[in-house]
Design a protein around this ligand. Sequence first.
Ligand SMILES: O=C(O)CCC(=O)C(=O)O
Length: 300
Amino acid sequence: MVGGASSASPERFDWTGTVTDAMRAAYERDGFLVLDGFADPDACAALSERVDGLIAEAAAPDSPTVFGDHAGDRYFLESGDKIRVFFEPDAVDAVGRPNRPIEQALNKIGHAMHDLDPVFDRFCRGENFRALSQGLGLETSVLLQSMVIFKQPGVGAEVGWHQDATFLRTQPHSVTGYWLALEEASVENGCLYAIPGGHKGPLRQWFGRAGDHDALEMRDLDDTTLNADAAVPLEAATGTLVVLHGFLPHMSTPNRSDRSRRAMTLHTVDGGLPYPSDNWLQRPGLGAPRGFGPEAAAAS
Ligand SMILES: O=C(O)CCC(=O)C(=O)O
């Protein structure tokens, strides 16, 4: 539980394939939308099975599992058009080698599964996402970033308070986050927390490429106090989707339990807006990002 967090429960909806007026009103009011049953058990199982496959591929002997600070930055900076694995800080030794089996050591996989992996591509460009983005008035969205975020039992780290518009910027801002539970997420194993209505506040930080665009920098933009006491836990059953407005402050707690927590995230921006070259995520190997809908799915 986040210190001082409110015990209020967020409004939640059963997904039936269309966006209702009540869902739009909740999203506008809270800056998030919790949709139970968004992905059916078969879809979640197929995604999880594919995640297991990606982990097995990353464990192959010639995979780049060891990297230091500067090399680590480069490994991250060049991952916008690739599928790369990232380790939990407590799960690597002093030289960056995993200190446990890889399936228990990963923090995340990113950042282009939606373009490079047929299972993710099909799921992200299926009817549910098309109907949801259209119903929220986001039909000009393009898919920029996908991640699998792990909270390993015992060592899963906190993800601190942040706003997604800090990390992915168009002019003007347009990023939207979609977070899907691939395993149950609760206050015990590191679920999301968000501050209802917090998306109406300012953007607090900027993160991107500095110098010759080969270094990473975080800059403070606004020091308005974050009212973390108003945060609510966004607990989720497997298949629940949470939509996150780009300005919504959100975080997730560490996982000190013995239950794994696995989620998939997708971040979109409006494809008609300028996307500055100082965004950390660039995709020279893939070109312009594609939208939702099967017509945008890669031929596979
Ligand atoms: O899955 C998590 O724990 C955090 C995800 C998140 O905050 C994000 O994708 O912006």
